[in-house]
Design a protein around this ligand. Structure first.
Ligand code: NI
Length: 128
């Protein structure tokens, strides 16, 4: 059993500057709480076995979905169900977001082995 400790998100985001490299800031029930800084756009992908939650901490996220974009602002969240293709896009210069998803979920999902996705896959996530 671990001792509960308060996680200060601003402090955690200040520990790194690289984009599209999720960091683990908490774990519970086989899920991970991850944070990431993003800029520009990612690749289209889906996660066959994982629903994925995105909570915007700073900036504006545009989540492209095949049936239309969703704009997610500070303090808002979006859950992308498993199997649904999505492409995160930073609408502002940089977006800080928190993600909640099963441990081991690859950031590039179904695009992990495809050109364009392979080089953006982060297999080992750092813990902050
Ligand atoms: Ni995803």
């Amino acid at each position: 059993m671990t001792t509960p400790g308060v996680v200060n998100l601003a402090q955690k985001f200040a520990l790194f500057t690289e984009q599209w490299s999720p960091k683990i800031v908490g774990e519970l029930n086989g899920q991970e709480v991850r944070i990431a800084r993003i800029g520009g756009e990612f690749v289209w992908h889906a996660h066959e076995d994982a629903d994925e939650l995105f909570l915007v901490v700073r900036g504006v996220l545009r989540m492209a979905l095949r049936d239309g974009d969703r704009v997610v602002r500070e303090g808002e969240l979006l859950i992308v169900p498993r199997g649904v293709e999505h492409k995160p896009v930073a609408e502002t210069e940089e977006v800080w977001m928190l993600m909640f998803e099963p441990a081991g979920t690859l950031n590039t999902g179904t695009a992990a082995s495809e050109p364009g996705g392979r080089e953006r896959t982060v297999a080992e996530l750092e813990r902050l």
